[in-house]
Design a protein around this ligand. Sequence first.
Ligand code: ARG
Length: 401
Amino acid sequence: MASKGKVVLAYSGGLDTSCLIPYLKNDGYEVVSCIADVGQPGANIDELAERAKSQGASASYALDIADEFCEDFCSLAVLANGLYENKYPLLSALSRPVISKHLVDVAHKEGAVAIAHGCTGKGNDQVRFELECKALDPELDVLGPVRSWEFTTRNSEIEYCALNGIEIEVTKKSPYSIDENVWGRAIECGILEDPWNKPPEDAWTMTVDPEAAPDERSYVEIGFEAGRPVSLNGERMGMYELIKRLNKQAGENGFGRMDMIEDRVVGLKSRECYEQPAALTLITAHKALEGLCLPGDLLHEKLSLEHVWAKSVYGGLWFSPLKEACDAFFEYSNRTVTGDVRLWFYKGNCMVDGVRSPYSIYDYGLATYDEGDTFDRDAAKGFLDLYGLPNLVWAQVNRRS
Ligand code: ARG
C-alpha cells in the first residue's frame, strides 16, 4: 500500500490509543505518537512513550507541558472565573488546547499530514481536538477513527492488537470513565449514568468525604497580581506548584466536589462528577478580589462575557477571535485586581474570610452607618426620581387596572 504519510497520534497509553497505532498503520500511515503530562497524577510519560514505540510508533514524543498548562491556560481560567453552565471549571476543556498546540507543533516538525485522536463520537473532546488543531493549521487533516471503527468491545480491541503483534496487559476496567489533570478530575459513566444514583465514595480520589474531614478550619491566604494567583501564605510560587498545594489542602478538607447534569456540544445531556479543589478555591478567591477592586458596571459586563468565554472554551473554541477578545477584556479589566484573599476550608466548604488590595475601591466613608459618613444622602432623592422615571411612566400607562 502506498504510504499516506505521517500522522501524529494523541496517545494516552490506554487501550483505544494503543489499538490506534496498528489501526492507522494498516490504513497506510506512519504513526508518530505524542503523550502529554498535564499534571495528571502518577503520569510516567517517558515509560508510556517507550510503550508507544514498542507498539509500532516510528517516533514517540513525551511532552512535559504541565507548567505551560498552568501558566497559560489555568491562569486565564482564573481571570475568566471560567465555569461552564456556572458550575464546571473546565478541566478537560482546558487541557485540549494546550495538547492540540503541541500536536500541531510536532506535526510541523515531523512533516505530518494529519493528527489523530482516540475520542468517541458522543463526547466534547473530539470537538475540541478537531476545532483546535484546525484553528492552528487548517491544512492538517484531523482523524477520529474510534468514532467509526468496527470494535464494539474491549476484547475485540485486545484481539486486534494481538493479531498485530501487540501484547496488551489486561488491566481491570475502571467502573468509570476518568479524565484528569492538575486542574481536576472528571468522573462519568457506569453507575453514574442514572442521575438518581449517588456517586459511590470510590469515585472520588482528590477529595475526602466532607464528613470525614478534620474538625477544625484550615486557613489559606492567596495573593493575586493583575488577577493572576502568585502566592500562598505570602510565599511566591509558580501556578503549577500553587495549584498542587491548594488541591491538597482543599481536598483534605472535602472541598471541591461537584455533581451536575451538563449539556454537551453534541446536544445530549450527561451526568458528570468533578473534583476541582484548587480550581474552585482560586475562582472563589478571585471573585472576592474583583468584588473589592472593580467598579460595578465593569464587573457586570465582565460577568456576561465570562459566560461567553466558558461556553467557547467548552465548545473547542479556545483559538477563536471571540474567546481571545474576551481574554483581552479580562486582562485589561484585571490590571488592578492585585491583593490578598484569606479563606478557610471546613468539611466541604470554602469561605472567604477577608480581602485586601492597594487598589480597593471600597470606601469606608461612603459605606459606613457609623460616624464619618461621607455619603450625600440628599442626593439620593433626586437620583431615585430620575432612575425610576422610565418605569414610573410605564406603570402610569399600563398598570391602571
Ligand atoms: N464532560 C467533561 C468535558 O467535556 C469531561 C469529559 C471527560 N472525559 C472523560 N473521558 N471522562 O469537559
